[in-house]
Design a protein around this ligand. Structure first.
Ligand code: SF4
Length: 461
């Protein structure tokens, strides 16, 4: 369905008066949109124009008046493909700056062959990629006195740290997990898009970036590691390049949810050089090969122990955080003891533990030999005892050392911070005297005085 050449569909509840009232200044960049195809494509167009308006772009209903035209295409039938290609040609002829998205965008070769001057092509539902292309060719003009949303977006975390989501979905199929079923396969954000967001956050005062996804080390596989431009350089959308690019920012960079693929080894030198934090959050889930096999996860813990030892040779301060599941179907006492032994052998620095939950729809639901709740409970407590002991031992090795500490809270009751080995909410804390002259977000140098469980007591230098 042709909504109309460069015709904008506003939401049904919005009158012309509303539109004028929310229209930004005359200096705002203007985007026109041609929306073709089914109602799903129309909803996509509505989402795109909502994003554009939220960022201060004005919508134009006229080719000549628009600074750039977006064509949301349809590729369902041959006739729809022809209509889409024709609409792109018209926008090229009438305006010349054209970005193509939608179903036909899944075949960029077809579009570029017929219309080589098109600025960018993105596929269906790729809102972020569309916005990325618009930003690259028509940067937003933020009006600090007019904008309701600051350039770095609205966040729920304290001002000095932020989560940076690099992808959605997951290509793995762990038997206890329904995330791939709920969120689909891996969809990575192009590196330049992630880096622009990271830069905006750092410019807004963020001192620590926490990289998150379902599977951080698989980043870019779905995009075949496509290159994108950031800071006049071409970067692959790939785990190593991402770590390396983030390492150029003036912020702590912490990696979460890393799956232990072999190429994880490549980023350890970046940690040793101080580019990114010497911290890896790898949810190992278990250590018994039999249980790992039932979980459909990599199961060579001997090899892993050797790899971890090599990582520590390269980067002695490396802290490894992990999560584990106890009471998985079929887990025997022997399997569980193997897990406790491995925790100590591999010297896992921070470990979270979950009792297995029988999620409906997960393949593990159908496995035999489910573990009784009281056994799960008993194993959970034994796990936590071992991990507390490990944390205490690690803390004691730090007594007397001077470490950088990022400050999270300053109150009459005391000052709370974290070392590079501690992520917010899940790891340990550093407790400093209440009269320490500092403020949240500041990175100070502190000497460790004592270790108390997972926490450290320290004084500022
Ligand atoms: S547990 Fe993590 S790696 Fe495994 S399928 Fe779920 S999201 Fe993917």
């Amino acid at each position: 369905m042709l909504v109309g050449p460069v015709q904008i569909r506003y939401g049904p509840h919005m009158t012309d008066t509303d539109i004028k009232a929310t229209r930004p200044t005359d200096r705002a960049p203007k985007v026109g949109i041609v929306s073709l195809g089914c109602p799903k494509a129309l909803v996509d167009s509505e989402r795109i124009i909502s994003h554009l308006r939220a960022e201060g772009y004005e919508l134009s209903g006229d080719y000549a008046d628009a600074d750039l035209v977006l064509v949301n295409t349809c590729g369902f039938l041959d006739s729809a493909r022809d209509e889409s290609l024709e609409a792109i040609g018209e926008a090229m002829a009438e305006n010349g700056k054209v970005i193509v998205t939608g179903c036909l965008g899944a075949e960029p070769d077809v579009i570029m062959k017929q219309h080589p001057g098109v600025l960018a092509v993105t596929g269906p539902h790729q809102y972020e990629q569309v916005m990325e292309a618009v930003h690259a060719h028509l940067p937003p003009q933020h009006e600090p006195f007019m904008d309701l949303v600051p350039p770095e977006g609205l966040r729920l975390t304290p001002r000095h740290y932020a989560y940076l989501k690099i992808s959605e979905g997951c290509n793995n199929r762990c038997s206890f997990c329904i995330i791939p079923h709920l969120r689909g396969d891996l969809v990575s954000r192009p590196l330049a898009h992630v880096m622009h967001e990271a830069e905006r956050l750092v410019n807004a005062g963020v001192k620590e970036l926490l990289v998150i996804s379902q599977d951080t080390s698989a980043y870019g596989v779905d995009l075949k590691y496509a290159e994108s431009q950031w800071k006049d350089r071409s970067w692959r959308t790939k785990f190593y390049d991402l770590c390396s690019a983030l390492g150029e920012l003036d912020a702590w960079v912490r990696l979460h949810y890393v799956y232990p693929y072999p190429h994880v080894d490549e980023v350890i030198p970046l940690m040793a050089e101080g580019k990114i934090l010497p911290y890896l959050d790898i949810p190992f889930q278990h250590a018994s090969p039999k249980v790992l096999k039932a979980m459909r996860r990599p199961g060579n813990q001997v090899e892993l122990t050797e790899r971890i030892a090599k990582w520590r040779e390269i980067c002695p301060d490396l802290a490894i955080r992990s999560t584990f599941i106890v009471g998985f179907p079929g887990e025997t006492e022997e399997d569980f003891e193997m897990l406790l032994d491995w925790l100590q052998e591999a010297k896992i620095d921070r470990a979270g533990c979950f009792r297995y939950e029988d999620v409906a729809g997960a393949p593990s639901h159908d496995l035999p030999d489910h573990v009784p709740e009281e056994v799960k409970d008993e194993r959970w407590h034994r796990f936590m005892q071992t991990q507390t002991q490990l944390m205490q031992t690690r803390g004691e090795t730090l007594v007397g050392r001077t470490l950088p500490v990022i400050i999270d809270e300053v109150s009459d009751g005391g000052v709370i911070g974290r070392t590079q080995a501690d992520a917010p909410e899940v790891d340990g804390l550093v407790v400093l005297p209440a009269d320490t002259p500092t403020r949240p977000g500041e990175i100070i140098t502190a000497r460790v005085l004592s270790a108390e469980g997972s926490d450290l007591v320290a004084e500022a230098l």
